[in-house]
Design a protein around this ligand. Structure first.
Ligand SMILES: Cc1cc2nc3c(=O)[nH]c(=O)nc-3n(C[C@H](O)[C@H](O)[C@H](O)COP(=O)(O)OP(=O)(O)OC[C@H]3O[C@@H](n4cnc5c(N)ncnc54)[C@H](O)[C@@H]3O)c2cc1C
Ligand code: SF4
Length: 325
C-alpha cells in the first residue's frame, strides 16, 4: 500500500505552503480524491486537510454572490439566495451524485473533480491523462460515455461536473491564492482542452488553492433551467445536460447564456447557440437551430454517436421549459 502523510491546515497560507512541495494535495470533501487514492490513480505523498479553513460562507457580493470553496454542495443547492436568483445552479447541484455525497462535496472540489473515464480509473489500462504518453485506451475501446466536443487524438474524456456547467452558463469567476499571490480567473478560461496534454486540466499553478467563486448579479427578468439526461434517474453522471439562462422581451429572446455537460472535454459554453438565440423568437424551430449550432463541431467515436442528437434534444427541451409563459 502506498504511504502518505496527513496534515491539517490552520490557515490559507499554511495550506498553500504545505501543498507546494511536489506530490502534496489538498483534500476537501474527499469524494473524488479518496476514491482515486483507493484505486491508486492518485498517489499524493502528503494530504493537506483544508476543512478547517474559513472558506465555508455564502455571501451577497455587489448584487451577485460570493461562494466559499468549502461550501458543501447541499448547502449551496438549498441556499435561499441561490434558489431564488440562480435556480439553474441549485438544479444542477441537486441533479448530481446523492444526498450523502452532496453533504460532503465542496464547491472547490466539485470544480476540480476528475473524469469518470473507465480507463483513467483503472491503472491496468493506458491513459494519457493518468500517465502522459502511454496512449488512450478509450479511443478504440468502449467509449459510450465519452466526449464529442473539444476532443483530441490524445483524450476524449468528459468533464463530469453538473455544477460547473451551471457556473459556466452563469459566467462565474474563480478566485485563487498561491505562492505568487491572488488572482481571479473567469470560468470560461479556467479549464483546458486536452490537446496534447490531457493531464493538464485547468490553469491552476502548483500550490494554488481555490478560495471562492463569485456569480455576477442576475438580470432582473432572467429565467434559468438545468436539464440532465442520464441512464437512471439519480446517482448517475450526465450523458448530456444543458444549463440555460434566458432574458425574454415578450416572445423575443433578448439574451441567452448556454452551457452543456456530458458532451465536452470541459464544461461546454456555447457562444454558437447563444448567437443563434439572441434576438430570435422563442420557438421550437429557433431552439433547434441553436442546438444544431451548438453541436456543429461534434465528433463521434464508436459508441457515443447517440450523444450528438441527445444533446440537441436536451438543449431544445431546456429552452422550451425556460421560455414557457
Ligand atoms: C458515486 C458518485 C457519484 C457522483 N455523481 C456525480 C454527478 O452526478 N454529478 C457531479 O457533478 N458529480 C458527481 N460526483 C462527483 C462529486 O460531485 C465530486 O466528487 C465532488 O464534488 C468533489 O468535491 P470534494 O470536496 O469531495 O473534492 P475532493 O475529493 O476533496 O477534491 C477533489 C480535487 O480537488 C482538489 N481540491 C479540493 N478543494 C480544493 C480547493 N479549494 N483548491 C484547490 N484544490 C482543491 C483536491 O486536491 C482534489 O484534487 C459523484 C461522485 C461519486 C463518488
Ligand atoms: S479518454 Fe482520456 S482519460 Fe480516458 S483513457 Fe483516453 S486519455 Fe485516458
Amino acid at each position: 500500500m502506498h504511504e502518505f502523510q496527513y496534515t491539517k491546515a490552520g490557515d490559507v497560507g499554511q495550506a498553500v505552503t504545505s501543498v507546494s512541495p511536489n506530490g502534496a494535495k489538498f483534500v476537501a470533501g474527499g469524494t473524488t480524491l479518496i476514491d482515486l487514492m483507493k484505486l491508486e490513480v492518485e498517489r499524493p505523498k502528503l494530504l493537506v486537510d483544508i476543512n478547517g479553513l474559513p472558506l465555508d460562507r455564502i455571501e451577497p457580493d455587489g448584487g451577485g454572490l460570493k461562494i466559499g470553496a468549502l461550501v458543501r454542495n447541499s448547502d449551496l443547492a438549498h441556499d435561499e439566495q441561490v434558489q431564488r436568483l440562480y435556480p439553474v445552479l441549485s438544479q444542477a447541484l441537486l441533479s448530481g451524485a446523492s444526498p450523502q455525497l452532496r453533504n460532503m462535496a465542496t464547491t472547490g472540489g466539485n470544480l476540480l473533480q476528475r473524469t469518470r473515464c473507465y480507463y483513467f480509473r483503472d491503472v491496468n489500462y493506458a491513459c494519457n491523462k493518468r500517465n502522459p504518453g502511454s496512449g488512450c485506451s478509450a479511443m478504440e475501446g468502449y467509449n459510450r460515455i465519452h466526449a464529442v466536443l473539444g476532443t483530441s487524438s490524445h483524450c476524449i474524456a468528459t468533464h463530469p461536473s453538473d455544477m460547473a456547467v451551471a457556473m459556466m452558463a452563469l459566467g462565474a469567476t474563480i478566485f485563487v491564492t498561491g505562492p505568487k499571490g491572488d488572482r481571479s480567473i473567469p470560468i470560461t478560461k479556467f479549464y483546458l482542452l486536452p490537446g496534447t496534454t490531457p493531464d493538464r486540466e485547468n490553469v491552476l499553478a502548483a500550490g494554488e488553492i481555490i478560495t471562492h467563486v463569485t456569480l455576477p448579479p442576475p438580470a432582473q427578468n432572467a429565467k434559468s433551467h438545468y436539464l440532465k439526461r442520464r441512464d437512471r434517474a439519480s446517482y448517475e453522471f450526465a450523458l448530456a445536460s444543458a444549463a440555460v439562462i434566458v432574458e425574454l422581451d415578450g416572445r423575443k429572446i433578448r439574451k441567452a447564456q448556454v452551457a452543456m455537460g456530458g458532451v465536452g472535454t470541459i464544461p461546454w459554453r456555447s457562444p454558437e447557440a447563444e448567437h443563434e438565440l439572441t434576438g430570435a423568437e422563442a420557438s421550437e424551430r429557433n431552439f433547434r437551430r441553436a442546438a444544431e449550432a451548438a453541436l456543429r463541431g461534434a465528433k463521434a467515436h464508436k459508441d457515443n454517436g447517440f450523444k450528438i442528437e441527445l444533446a440537441k434534444r436536451t438543449l431544445v427541451r431546456a429552452l422550451q421549459t425556460v421560455t414557457q409563459a
